[in-house]
Design a protein around this ligand. Structure first.
Ligand SMILES: [Fe+2]
Length: 337
């Protein structure tokens, strides 16, 4: 999401000010580009987001635009603007960190260590991988997982995607190979699976895509579509990259892989609510519907989660009255029309 064509910004402002969000997470490619024109683009972007970023936590992780310079906006600053404009937890120069919110543990990782040779080497990428394993191992100690049963990882470049330009089979194996010298995203797939990560959010591709539970290119989907998200047997990956940049959203590969469950190129953002220890509600917001009025939208799903592989076998906790929940959602739809 950038300052130029930042389509999601008005909706984020309005709904933050209306108390609809507990936090906003921006998964890299921030401002397009923070360093550009001696930082003046960065200043403009920070001013644009201030009406909501001053109200709720605004959590960030770097994308390729935080390191690589593009077009006439060069030279870049190799992440300096990103590192100095934000202050994320745990003093890692905003590279990777965790935080908890309600019953969820959020784990942020920097996928650029596998691609940007100026800021990374084998030691840097392996250090993050070691940290990630350690964090998730501790998160799965019974007392910790009981307190934070939801583990949600986010980073910039997706492990799975079906955009036409960069995600077709045979094209760097769905982006996971990295630059070939500092490891690859393959290992991240293993870690998410091994430690029972529930959800993984990614950006970079300019569209929205919800996957079926997937690991090692295998979609864990049942014959009944709805059942795939009940007791899923692998991590559910979400690509959420339509906050708005100067170029248009992307075209899809016309023959998506089996793990692709839903795709949309509408500008917007993903909102989700952790309802309790086993239920999570996720929806994609289309900010351009109804002549620039904001409408909660199109891809609402209710996930009933628990991991059936022994790593997180907490009891299913049923919501007493879902009717009330959906009634509230309907009111919100009305409010935004
Ligand atoms: Fe990107």
């Amino acid at each position: 999401m950038g300052v130029d064509n930042g389509r999601a910004i008005p909706s984020l402002i309005k709904n933050s000010q209306n108390g609809k969000f507990d936090a906003v997470i921006h998964i890299g490619d921030i401002g397009y580009n923070l360093y550009a024109y001696n930082g003046r683009i960065g200043d403009a972007f920070m001013n644009a987001i201030q009406p909501f970023a001053a109200i709720v936590p605004y959590m960030v992780i770097p994308g390729n635009h935080e390191y690589t310079c593009y077009d006439d906006k060069c030279p870049g600053d190799n992440g300096m603007s990103y590192e100095t404009r934000f202050k994320m937890p745990q003093n890692t120069n905003n590279m990777y960190y965790t935080f908890t919110l309600g019953p969820a543990l959020f784990v942020a990782i920097n996928t650029e260590v596998y691609f940007e040779t100026e800021m990374s080497d084998l030691e840097v990428s392996q250090r993050q991988k070691k940290w990630l394993r350690q964090v998730l191992r501790e998160a799965n100690l019974p007392e910790n997982r009981a307190r934070h049963p939801w583990i949600i990882v986010y980073g910039h470049r997706p492990l799975y995607c079906t955009a036409l330009a960069e995600c077709r089979e045979g094209m760097t194996f769905f982006k996971r190979e990295g630059n070939g010298t500092v490891g690859s995203l393959y290992d991240i797939d293993d870690i998410l699976y091994d430690y029972g990560v529930d959800l993984a959010f990614w950006g970079h591709q300019h569209y929205y895509e919800r996957m079926f539970p997937v690991y090692n290119q295998t979609a864990y989907r049942n014959s009944m579509y709805e059942n795939a998200f009940v007791n899923p047997r692998a991590t559910v990956h979400i690509v959420s990259g339509t906050g708005g940049m100067e170029s248009k959203t992307e075209e899809f590969n016309p023959t998506p892989s089996l793990w692709s469950a839903f795709r949309s190129s509408a500008y917007g953002y993903t909102r989700f609510s952790v309802l309790n220890k086993t239920h999570l509600y996720l929806e994609q917001i289309d900010v351009d519907r109804a002549s620039f009025r904001y409408k909660w939208e199109i891809n609402a799903i209710l996930c009933k989660y628990f991991w059936g592989r022994g790593i997180n076998s907490h009891e299913m906790e049923f919501i007493p009255d879902l009717t009330d929940f959906f009634a509230i959602r309907q009111l919100e739809v009305s409010d935004n029309e």
